[in-house]
Every structure is written in structure tokens, then in C-alpha cells.
Design a protein around this ligand. Structure first.
Ligand code: T3D
Length: 262
């Protein structure tokens, strides 16, 4: 049996490659379990200081494997609420809750939950040929994997509704222009650039980066006053880190900092 997620570790970066290329890396249960295990390792292993997610073959991820949802084989409709509770929602919470940067290299089409998993990551790079498709409307579903939350936060309500209600593809270039992703990279340069970025972040002040991620994610639910309090608390913690002492010392000694991640 092939591994549905390839897991590789180097330079502080855990690379998780979705690996069902013949199905454009559509999610089945094995792939969910393997991807979740990867994020659990990233959360508990101090050696992992950044995660890079990408896809094998020509696609990034085509969302739920619809071969596993064939109505002609139903005795009754599946309980999709349960599959969200069991698989997609725990995955989204792991990506957003990881106190380390998650980089996504979207190497090809990202559809349905595949698109929404991609845009839930912290820094999203996409190959120029990639497309993003909120495919749910085409099959009578609502966007899941956090899409109804992430999309309007990233691109505003008008564009979020247009993407979700039409299910029309958006190019990588438009996705970057709209703020759905960070940037577009030429196809043949994507993985080199994503790996270099992940390695750079993995060599960074992990505690401070994790606190920064949390602050930015939590800001929309807070007043300015509450956010200022949250920044004060996070800064108090960052100010006690070994990396803060190293960062300032390195600056004063005019040399590159050697961050240890705590
Ligand atoms: O069910 C629950 O648990 C609820 C959660 C739902 C979450 C969701 O993600 S719902 C949305 C599911 N995804 C889709 O609706 C997208 C379906 N796929 C497509 O629309 C197209 O494949 C793409 C636009 C993504 C790519 O088109 P194209 O022309 O580049 O490739 P293709 O020829 O359609 O696909 C290549 C192969 O991958 C093909 O297999 P074959 O014919 O060569 O044997 C195709 O069937 C397979 N494939 C693509 N997407 C899926 C898939 N197989 C199973 N499930 C898929 N989602």
C-alpha cells in the first residue's frame, strides 16, 4: 500500500506531501489520518519548527474523494456533519492552532476542501498554473474546511460569495491579487522557493512566530483594546525568550542571529 501522505524531515521543516496523485490527492480516510498524524508530530516535536504542505503529481488536492460518496451505493445518505466532526474540523484546528508556521505550496488545482485547507495555511505560495475552486456549489454542498470563515476574512464578503456561489475557478494570479494567497511562483521554481521559505522560518524565533500567528488570527474577534492587551501579554512572554536575548545580542554584535526556537 502506498503512503497517502509522504512525510519528510530536514532543516527543522516537516514536509507533508499529499500522495494520491491519480485522484488529484482527493481526501480519503487514510489520507486524513496520515495528515493529522503529521500535524500532531509537528505540534509535539520541538525539532519541527515549520511545516510545508504540498501535493504529489499535477494537483494539490481535489477535496473529498467523491468515489467514496457514490449515491448509487447508498442505502441512506451519508452523515456529512459527522465526517466534518471526525476529519475536516480537527485538521483545520490543527493547522490554525499549530504554534509554528505552516507553509503551503499549491502545486496545481486546489478544489473543495483542498482549496480551503490550502488557504487556511499561514503562507500560501501557488504555482502559476494552479487554480482554486470552491467546488461545493457544483455538487449541492456548502463550503467546509473553514471556507465560510477564511474566504470572507481574506477576500471580503463580495468575492467570497462570488467564489462560493458560482464554484468558478480562480487563477493563482487572481488569487494573489485578491489576497486569497500570498504569492505566485513560476511552476518550476515553486518547490525550491517554498522549501527555502520554510527553512528560513524554521531557523527563526519559533516562539515569537507562534505568538505572532495567534495574535493575527485572533484579532478579528477582538476590540482594539483587547488586542492591545493580548499584544502586551504575548510581548511579555516573547521578551523572556532565549531568542529575544539572542536577537538583540546578534544585532549589537553585528552578526546573524542563531535562534533556538524558544
Ligand atoms: O463528503 C464529505 O465528507 C463532506 C466534505 C466535502 C468536502 C469537499 O471537498 S466537497 C468537494 C469535492 N471535490 C470536488 O467536487 C472536485 C471534483 N473534481 C473536479 O471538479 C475536477 O477533477 C478538478 C476541477 C479538481 C480537476 O479537473 P481536471 O480536468 O484537471 O482533472 P479530472 O480529469 O477531472 O481529474 C483527474 C482524475 O482525478 C480523474 O480520475 P480518472 O477519470 O482519471 O480516473 C478524476 O475522477 C479524479 N478526481 C478528481 N477529483 C476527484 C477525483 N476523484 C475522486 N474525488 C475527487 N474529488
Amino acid at each position: 500500500m502506498t503512503d497517502t501522505v509522504l512525510c519528510a524531515f530536514a532543516d527543522g521543516v516537516l514536509t507533508l506531501t499529499l500522495n494520491r496523485p491519480e485522484k488529484l490527492n482527493a481526501f480519503d480516510e487514510d489520507m486524513h489520518v496520515a495528515l493529522r498524524a503529521g500535524f500532531d508530530r509537528a505540534a509535539t516535536d520541538d525539532g519541527v519548527r515549520a511545516v510545508l504542505v504540498t501535493g504529489a503529481g499535477r494537483g494539490f488536492c481535489a477535496g473529498q474523494d467523491l468515489g467514496n460518496r457514490d449515491p448509487r451505493k447508498w442505502t441512506e445518505p451519508p452523515n456529512l456533519g459527522r465526517t466534518l466532526d471526525t476529519y475536516y474540523n480537527p485538521l483545520l484546528k490543527r493547522i490554525r492552532g499549530l504554534a509554528k508556521p505552516v507553509i503551503c505550496a499549491v502545486n496545481g488545482v486546489a478544489a473543495g476542501a483542498g482549496a480551503n485547507v490550502a488557504i487556511a495555511c499561514d503562507l500560501v505560495l501557488a504555482a502559476r498554473s494552479a487554480r482554486f475552486i470552491e467546488a461545493f456549489a457544483k455538487i449541492g454542498l456548502v463550503p467546509d474546511a473553514g471556507g465560510t470563515w477564511t474566504l470572507p476574512h481574506l477576500v471580503g464578503e463580495a468575492r467570497a460569495k462570488a467564489l462560493a456561489l458560482t464554484g468558478e475557478p480562480i487563477s493563482a494570479e487572481d488569487a494573489a491579487r485578491w489576497g486569497l494567497i500570498w504569492k505566485v511562483v513560476d511552476d518550476d521554481a515553486l518547490m525550491d522557493e517554498a522549501r527555502a521559505l520554510a527553512a528560513r522560518l524554521a531557523a527563526g524565533p519559533t516562539l515569537g512566530l507562534g505568538l505572532t500567528k495567534k495574535l493575527i488570527q485572533e484579532a478579528p474577534g477582538r476590540s482594539l483594546e483587547a488586542q492591545l492587551d493580548a499584544e502586551r501579554d504575548a510581548q511579555a512572554r516573547a521578551g523572556r525568550s532565549a531568542d529575544y536575548a539572542e536577537g538583540v545580542t546578534a544585532f549589537l554584535e553585528k552578526r546573524p542571529a542563531r535562534f533556538v526556537g524558544r
